[in-house]
Ligand binder design. Sequence first.
Ligand code: XBP
Ligand code: MG
Length: 258
Amino acid sequence: MRELKALLFDVDGTLADTERDGHRVAFNQAFLDAGLDWSWDVQLYGRLLEVTGGKERILHYIDTCKPLVPEAGDLSGFIAGLHQAKTAHYTQALRKGRIPLRPGVLRLLLEARSAGMLLGICTTTTAANVSALLEFSIGPEALGWFDVIAAGDMVPAKKPAPDIYHYAMRGLGLLPDDCMAFEDSVNGVRSALDAGIDTLVVTANDYTVDQDFTGASLVLDGLGEPGMPCNTLHGSPSAPDFLDLDFLRRLHAHRLQS
Ligand code: XBP
Ligand code: MG
């Protein structure tokens, strides 16, 4: 039987709770900078999250909400400019330490590293955001902990397409049965499952907690920490108080046998 060789992590919602108070706020700051009267409130942003990727999300907003768009000959250039400003605001928020890692993330990364497990990032967000999150929540050395960082526009089709997981597995030289994915949203779960990867959901935010995670091995409200147990929301076997490599290896073996 193939043993577990790599843990592949989504970023937004999984490593950190970034959407409502991070990305959303940065989009609004960029709109303000550009003199637009657009404003994405918490509820509207929840609907827009249906589309992954910031540039794609802005286009989706223009198409569906029909806001006033300045006379711009080049719509994709206009969106790219807005998105660049949004990324600057978002990375600045990370620099200020406003978005911490979720409980258990650092513990599991450290355990995986010391056990020689490969680590990967598979995200829709821009690569600069990943670097900033790792640098400002852990330290500059954390970027080097990952054997592959698959992000944003490195693939043409974003989640729910499986492309970003295929890209990461190619980079690692691994097959789906060697890997386990950690996701928080239906788009992420579809992406990882369509790439053939055993997927564990660790979700706790209002935007994704009630989504359909059919096909995931287990749905939990977090990775858990000693003294801060996680809860199993769906699936079996129930998780222990906190996820460690021993449990993940047993879960992986169980999934390959079934
Ligand atoms: C994350 C996203 C991203 C971020 C914004 O989804 O959808 O679009 O909201 O990032 P997932 P950018 O967690 O499923 O990868 O603005 O940098 O695209
Ligand atoms: Mg996510």
